[in-house]
Design a protein around this ligand. Structure first.
Ligand SMILES: C[S@@+](CC[C@H](N)C(=O)[O-])C[C@H]1O[C@@H](n2cnc3c(N)ncnc32)[C@H](O)[C@@H]1O
Length: 317
């Protein structure tokens, strides 16, 4: 873990650097710049002809990247969702491929800690949660506008919240008299109607997670970005993904496994077409932070790193 001045501790940093297997003149993509903890450590290993692309959909993160490395010819910085990583790569050089791609999913500490961003049930602020400031629907728009059935679906699907129906019913009843505008109002209401069954977990944890995932289309983003990453990895290139909850981790695990095996449609056939052959090789087992890291940085607690390597199969010459 490295604490960068602006307050985000890079999770599983030595493990990520080892996973990416960095070559000094290689080309790397940090798809989730945040405050640049991982990006900075990657850059330190690159020489003059190495390249690093940094993406983030948060304007404050990108401003930080530009302030630090805007003048470094090795670095290209994009304000973009990572589902668009292919277009960002093409903007640097058409058809550009990477020797390593990192996704460190979720939100950064500066996002969580700033009440004005509305991510936290611990700090009262506007009920917002948009990673790209001002873009698309806010959490308040969803909480005040979605039908009861839609709220139940969001809380179940993205929060695995057992009390989804009870919470959705209470939201719909309360918002008739006054719309929800603040994170504190929503968190208090949830505390009133639903007890957490999990020790050390605030009763609003799952609903806040669900709203954040929904507002930012996080699972659709991840699905699109994993495919784009597969397409953009050079042979031998490494894909490293850190996830923070089971929905993301399941998606990453299934994606890596699916592409580490031949297409089952062609199983047993003597001549397997190139597109049906495995495109990835799994690298080791999933990695979680050691107790020492989670003591220093409790937010690392639920982190899980998965790594895979691009095989040359299915890559157009
Ligand atoms: C956990 S933080 C990354 C921290 C970073 N590795 C560091 O060491 O500072 C996740 C970052 O990913 C960004 N992010 C999340 N989803 C994104 C997406 N779909 N596209 C681009 N950036 C995204 C967030 O805005 C946030 O800044």
């Amino acid at each position: 873990m490295v604490d960068v001045g602006a307050g985000h501790a890079a999770v599983l940093l030595p493990q990520v650097l080892a996973a990416l297997n960095i070559r000094a003149s290689g080309t790397y993509l940090d798809a989730t710049f945040g405050r640049g903890g991982h990006a900075g450590a990657i850059l330190e290993k690159l020489i003059a002809d190495g390249r690093l692309l940094c993406l983030d959909r948060d304007m404050a993160a990108v401003a930080e990247a530009r302030a630090r490395w805007g003048g470094d010819p090795r670095v290209a910085i994009f304000l973009a969702p990572f589902s668009e990583l292919g277009a960002c790569a093409d903007a640097v050089e058409p058809g550009l491929k990477f020797d390593g791609i990192l996704f460190d999913l979720g939100v950064s500490s500066p996002q969580l800690d700033d009440p004005a961003r509305g991510f936290s049930f611990m700090r009262d602020g506007p009920l917002d949660m948009r990673m790209t400031q001002g873009e698309g629907m806010s959490a308040a728009d969803v909480v005040n506008g979605a039908s009861e059935a839609e709220l139940i679906r969001i809380f179940r699907e993205f929060g695995e919240e057992r009390m989804a129906a009870r919470i959705a019913r209470a939201i719909v009843a309360d918002r008739k008299s006054r719309p929800f505008e603040r994170t504190g109002e929503l968190a208090q209401m949830i505390t009133r109607v639903a007890r957490s069954r999990e020790r050390h977990k605030h009763p609003a944890t799952r609903v806040f997670q669900a709203l954040r995932i929904h507002v930012n289309g996080e699972l659709d983003q991840l699905a699109a970005a994993l495919h784009a990453a597969l397409d953009r990895l050079a042979p031998g290139g490494r894909l490293a993904v850190i996830s923070f909850h089971s929905l993301e981790d399941r998606m990453v695990k299934q994606f890596m496994r699916r592409h580490a095996n031949p297409d089952p449609v062609y199983a047993g056939l003597p001549d397997m077409p190139a597109h049906a052959r495995p495109k990835l090789k799994l690298v080791g087992k999933s990695v979680e932070p050691a107790g020492e890291e989670t003591e220093r940085n409790p937010r690392a607690r639920s982190a899980r790193l998965r790594v895979a390597e691009r095989l040359s199969q299915g890559i157009a010459a």
